[in-house]
Design a protein around this ligand. Structure first.
Ligand code: NAP
Length: 264
């Protein structure tokens, strides 16, 4: 789909981008002419993604586990070496295990906290510093989940811990707004990736139904009647990550086919 977000030569970092939502976002930025660094924790999967995206434009990669402090430092410094600065930062992350609160161990909460709450805040700090130091009026887009507004016991770790992205976006947008840096989030509903397969498989196992039945049940809850694509979400991310959204900051945009029912 032809679009023009004015992103030609924009320097973009997308985390957790070897597949799924992050990969789809990187693809849209490349199609728009941006220079992109993609990240994930697995070097083989990341290289496979980099090589499949490379016909679209300038794409590089930095392997780092974003749940670890030292690897966050490495990711930001290597990205800055490669791009010279970051104009748009797109935060995506991995998935914690599904299941209700009553099944989660202390260790599961601890590692999911690092993955879902600590990593976006610390990455935001490091990327924000790089923008302030270089006087870049940059953009940050955090991919969270519509579940931060409508928690579900089927994915308790995600429902509880990802709410911190709401606090981060509201806090940081006030902190960095005076420097011209905008901070927003997208709240994906159901987007067709490996994560949806995992959720459908988990629901099927718990309820003794097939994965296809579980997927059909998900689709029946969505007013638009289907699961979204990573490209559809990627275009919303590119909008918030470009100057097309120049007067929007501190916003959390559902991209969910209408599945979110609440007003707030
Ligand atoms: N799909 C949906 O409908 C949906 C809806 C709402 C929210 N979400 C959330 O959005 C995020 C992305 O979902 P997805 O559907 O794109 O999942 P996915 O297809 O499973 O992709 C997850 C990506 O995260 C990377 N990753 C995992 N752990 C990482 C780490 N510690 N450091 C760096 N990269 C890491 C993986 O790459 P490596 O394995 O190579 O590291 C992979 O590229 C997840 O947090 C998911 O829970 C998804």
């Amino acid at each position: 789909m032809p679009t023009s977000f004015g992103l030609k030569d924009a320097r973009v970092l997308v985390t957790a981008a070897s597949q799924g939502i992050g990969y789809g976002a990187a693809k849209i930025f490349l199609e728009e002419g941006a220079r992109v660094v993609i990240n994930s924790s697995n070097p083989d999967r990341l290289e496979k993604a980099r090589s499949s995206l490379s016909p679209l434009g300038e794409v590089r990669s930095v392997t780092a586990d974003i749940s670890k402090k030292d690897e966050i430092e490495k990711l930001v410094s290597e990205t800055l070496k490669q791009l010279g600065g970051i104009d748009t930062f797109v935060y995506v992350t991995g998935s914690p295990v599904p299941g209700p609160v009553m099944e989660q161990t202390y260790e599961a909460w601890e590692s999911a906290s690092r993955l879902l709450s600590v990593s976006p805040a610390y990455l935001a700090r490091r990327v924000g510093e790089s923008m302030v130091d270089r006087k870049i009026k940059g953009r940050m887009v955090f991919s969270a989940s519509y579940r931060i507004r409508e928690p579900s016991p089927t994915i308790a770790l995600s429902s509880v811990l990802r709410t911190s992205i709401g606090g981060l976006v509201r806090t940081l947008s006030r902190e960095l707004g005076p420097k011209g840096i905008r901070v927003n989030a997208v709240l994906p509903g159901y987007i067709m990736t490996g994560r949806i397969n995992q959720i459908a498989e988990d629901a099927a196992r718990r309820r003794n139904i097939t994965k296809e039945q579980a997927t059909a049940e998900i689709e029946s809850q969505i007013p638009l009647g289907r699961i979204g694509t990573t490209e559809e979400l990627g275009r919303a991310i590119a909008f918030l990550g470009s100057e097309m959204s120049s007067y929007i900051t501190g916003a959390m945009l559902p991209v969910d086919g209408g599945v979110l029912h609440s007003i707030g």
